[in-house]
Design a protein around this ligand. Structure first.
Ligand SMILES: NC(=O)c1ccc[n+]([C@@H]2O[C@H](COP(=O)([O-])OP(=O)(O)OC[C@H]3O[C@@H](n4cnc5c(N)ncnc54)[C@H](OP(=O)(O)O)[C@@H]3O)[C@@H](O)[C@H]2O)c1
Length: 224
């Protein structure tokens, strides 16, 4: 029987590229989008579910869907993320709240609810960013985005401690990728989404050590 991977934010960018990789490799993919629709993408092994991460009802509905359909997942990829203050120099309260609602609070509570549906020896991947590394931070921009990814990294560590000998957990920096997350990424990103997706796919299928922060561009661990 095909294994199932659940990918948040599978409508475009890195999430859609990942969905295509897993489908090509005979996985069933449950991919979310904020509208419950994905333009011009269909596959017999792909199921699209609505997930707005700031909406508790949507989060509960995902768990209910897995329960109703008796689905166990092998891999959960927390890919959804926003960066409304990317490239800005001063934090503003609205983008700060929005960023934490999606990148941290929604992601954490979705994971808490879905963890019982993840198989023994399954994997949880948090798509983070090098911008969340405290060690690497030499700049002053994107306060909310950077801090949200630092918080997500701490969640990776906490989960990996809690799930030791049960499931493997990692934070992944997907590279600087040409997507719509910010105008700068869409113009200057060094990787295409498909290239990043393939590198992340290969990492996920590898026998990685739990509790690490992995940079797919350098294929090495990053300091937290
Ligand atoms: N691109 C880069 O260079 C880069 C670098 C480092 C880290 N990352 C991380 O990689 C991940 C994917 O980013 P991307 O560049 O592929 O971005 P993207 O093209 O903007 O895609 C973002 C995805 O997240 C979903 N999403 C947005 N708001 C959401 C919400 N409120 N609730 C649930 N899902 C939501 C979107 O769904 P809809 O289409 O329905 O809005 C979309 O599928 C993010 O976590 C990002 O922080 C990206």
């Amino acid at each position: 029987m095909n294994k199932t991977v659940l990918i948040t934010g599978a409508s475009r960018g890195i999430g859609l590229a990942l969905a295509k990789c897993f489908l090509k490799n005979n996985y069933n993919v449950i991919g979310t989008s904020t509208t419950g629709k994905i333009k011009s993408f269909e596959h017999p092994n792909f199921k699209n579910l609505k997930l707005e991460l700031s909406d508790e009802k949507d989060i509960n509905n995902i768990a209910q869907f897995l329960k109703n359909n008796n689905i166990e997942i092998s891999i959960l990829i927390n890919n959804s993320g926003i960066g409304p203050d990317l490239d800005t120099l001063k934090p503003d309260i609205e983008s700060f709240k929005k960023t934490f609602d999606i990148n941290v609070i929604g992601t954490v509570f979705l994971t808490e609810l879905l963890e019982p549906f993840i198989k023994m020896n399954g994997k949880i991947i948090n798509i983070s960013s090098k911008m969340g590394s405290i060690e690497f931070c030499a700049l002053t921009d994107s306060t909310a985005y950077r801090m949200s990814k630092t918080a997500l990294n701490m969640y990776t560590k906490i989960l990996s401690n809690r799930l030791i000998n049960k499931q493997s957990v990692a934070s992944v920096h997907p590279g600087w990728v040409q997507t719509d997350i910010s105008p700068n990424s869409s113009i200057n990103g060094r990787l295409l989404a498909d290239d990043s997706g393939l590198k992340i796919f290969n990492f996920i299928l590898s026998d990685f050590k739990t509790g690490i922060f992995w940079n797919i561009e350098t294929e090495s661990e990053i300091d937290w």
